[in-house]
Every structure is written in C-alpha cells, then in structure tokens.
Design a protein around this ligand. Sequence first.
Ligand code: ZN
Ligand code: CU
Length: 533
Amino acid sequence: MAWSLLIRGGALLDGTGGPRWAADVAVEGDRIAAVGPGLRGEARRVIDAAGHVVAPGFIDAHSHSDLFYFGCPSAESKVRQGVTTEVVGMCSFSQAPVHPARRAAVASWAGGVGAALDLRWETFGQYLDALRAAGPSVNVAHFVGHGALRLAAIGPESRPAGAADLRALERLLAEALDAGAFGFSTGLVYPPSAYATTAELIALARSMAPRGGLYFSHIRGESSTLEDAIAEAIRIGEEGGVGVQIAHVKAAGRENWEKIHAALGLIDAARARGVDVSGDVYPYHAGSTKMDNLLPAWVHDGGIGRLLERIDDRPTRRRIVEECLQDGERWRTLSMGAMGFDEIFVATCARRELEGLSLAALARQTGTTPAEAMLTLLAEQKATVAMVAFSQSPENVARVLAHPAVMIGSDSIGLWAGEGARPGKPHPRAYGTFPRVLGHYAREQRLFPLETAVHKMTGMCAARLRLRDRGLVREGWAADLTVFDPATVNDEATFAEPHRYPAGIPYVIVNGAVVVDGSRFTAAATGRVLTPA
Ligand code: ZN
Ligand code: CU
C-alpha cells in the first residue's frame, strides 16, 4: 500500500499543548494514516519538513468568512495562515434562515460589511447546501445567527419576544441544528439581536441544551458595562445548560481598560464552579466593524431605512451628537467606549479614495467637524461603511491571549491579495492573525511556548466544538495539517498594507489535499461543512 503523502523530517506539534517531538506524518486520502519517527513506506508524494513544525491545521474560532464564501470560496487569506477550519455564523450574523418577505432586510443587515448577498434560500439547511456547492477551501463549523433568527421570526423591530415569537425562534433554531448548526451566536450590540432580553436567550439556550448546542456571544457591552455583559453571558450558559464562548474578549475604551481584570476574574470564577465558559481573541489592539455601530442603539430601531431617516433629520442628528460627543473631541458609545476621531479609520467604502482615512482627516478634508463628517458619510453610503478602530490596550491583548481558557479567533473574513471587488483597507487580522500569534507573541514576546500557541489554535478549539477527528495529529483523524518554519513564521499584513500574505507557512493540507504547496496557493475546493458530534 502506498500513502498519498508523507511529511518527513519535521518536528511534530500535535495540538495537545504537549512538547514537540521528531515524527513523520503519513496521509492516505483524507486521513492521517501513520504518525511516528522514521516512517518507512512508499508515498506518491513526499514533503521534506526538515527545520519545520508540523501541526494540525489551525481552527479559526471566530470568523465572518461565511459572509464572503460565495464571492471568495478560496478564503485564501485564511488558508495561507494555516487555517483549515473556520467557525462562522458569529456575532448574530448568518445568511439564513430568511423569511421570504424580508430578503432585502437580511441582505442590508448581513451584507453591510461589503459582501453582496443573493440569499436564494429560506431555511438554514438550504443555505448549507448552497454553501457546499460553492466549495470553500476550508472546513466550516457553522452557527446560526440570532439576528437572522429574529429577523425571520419577528422582524427588525425593537421589542421583546412574546410567547408566540419565542416558539417561532425555537422552531427556527431547532431547524438550523437539524441541518448542522453547532449552536447559535448573538451580537448583543447589533440590532436586532440586541433587542433580546436575557430571558429570551436563556429560553433559546435551554431549548438546544439537550442536543449539546453551544452559545457563542458578542456580549452586550465591551466597554463601561463589560462586567455586566460577561456576567449575562455566563448566566445564559449556566441557566440555559449550554457551553458559552465569549467572543473577542476585550475592554474597549481607555477609561475601561482596567476592567479586563474583573472580566477575566468572572470567567475564572464561573469555570471554578463548573460553568463551561471559554473565550476567543484576535492579536491586535484595534477592532473592526460597521461604522454605523458608532450610533446609539435607538438609532437602529426598525432597520437601515429608519436609521437613514434619522440621520437625515436635523434635530435627531443633533440629538445623536449630543449623546455621543465628549468634550468635542471623543466619540463615546456603549458598545465601544470613547475613542478619538484619529483612532477611527474608514476600512471599506464604495468611495475607495476614503479607505484608510481617519475621521479626523476626513473632517479636515471636508472642512467640517469629525462627527458631521461621519454622519454625512453614513448617510451618503447608506450605512455601508466598515471601520477599523483602536479602542484597546496592547497590554490587555497579551493578557487575554495568555489566558488558559482563551483560543484564537480572527473575527474577520477570508480575502485575497489580487485584484477584484474586495475591501480596500480591511483589518490586517484577515491575513495575519495566526502567524502573528506564532511569530510576534510566541517567538518574539515569549508570551507562551509555541506548543501553547498551537494548542490555542487547534486542540483547544476542537475540544470546545467537540469535533471528533480534527484539531490534533492522530492516526485515523482528518488530514488537516499546517507546516511552518518556527524561526521565520510572521504576519506581513499591516493597517496601511493589509493585503499581504504571511511568511514561513509553506504547506497547508485540507482533508489530504495540499492547498498551499511550497507557498503557492492551489484553489482546491476541499473543505467540508462539518456537523456536530
Ligand atoms: Zn463581534
Ligand atoms: Cu465577530
């Protein structure tokens, strides 16, 4: 018998967090056939991994690539980082289910980050079939977005769910779980997910608890209300009887940076009493989201159409500015804390010439105040603008990265460095998250051993999702593998030049197929839509 692939001479870092050792890895078809030192056997292809680490393919614990798979099934900026599986449907966003009468509302809500959505399905199952047909290069573990559930069951209005609404939400959630969803995600700063009470979320969690569904949450506030928001997430897991993941753990806004200690303390205390809670983080002190999230929640009530009416109305616009502007120079929201206008940048915009500009610079260009410049831009672009915002402390990023219950999630989409319709200045995390943890944080900063870094991007996340046969290098398990050079692996993407692939990751194998081959990308549609155990 000949193996299809033999990776020879590398140091195996198996994803458990245990020390590396010299071992070869043989692959037959889409499975790992053998693991051990000096493997002897015939192989149709041999990769020489001398001087390199052989690791399980990385799992992006928090990704928004699902909003881009139909335009970019290769997810090249992820695969080039060594990512072979992505957890998607995050922060309340997913493209299904869709109520046929509310297609446009779903498209403007979920598509606002720059993706054109065509939404030719209604159920989550139909959507997953379309995704399989699109053929992503990565494996996909999909959650259903609570915002999508609410848009389908209730609509965009700001109101609590009544008894009938709750039954409708539970039915749609059950349908999504039947089709293969791993659970549901919330984005409690994003309408309409934000309109849910804690009771609604506990009820939904309870309804999926017997099936092992998971609750992944962008919590209700990452700034002044951080502790309450973490406590709410933990309570939903505890009372709902489900595992909880707190998305992109952070304390936003300088005045809130100290709160990170209390936040991590709440997670530790909950874990100590047996609550199944974990978190994910991206290795940067800037975040990225749609710019209209700089507006207070009430401005979003009723959907994008109502939002645009409000910012067009002079008295309402004045009210928004009065509520958010601090000492004339900082913009403060409940979800992101206070930021200077020179810390907020246009990332994606139909007016490409504005991409990369700060709101302060935009104001200087247009001869107005930064707040006016922002509101005018949002009105002109129908709220379809993405931003990058520096709201976090670099020390906190390292502290969260090092926390034993925190894994790595990019919070970004898969892109490509060539031509085409894609965001101009996206957050560099789309290209650099995983190599940055390995190169900058593990090798240069010595924040943790390489073994820990790899565990946080493989075995830890696989255990969180209860994946049966991924996340570790084991005989009989799926052949998802990444080969990197521990001495040179590095992120090359910057805020000024984000579309740059990382260095030091010559081979990435997805289900046995060599998708990154000697640093060349072969756009193989080898990913699978995974289903929960
Ligand atoms: Zn989020
Ligand atoms: Cu997210």
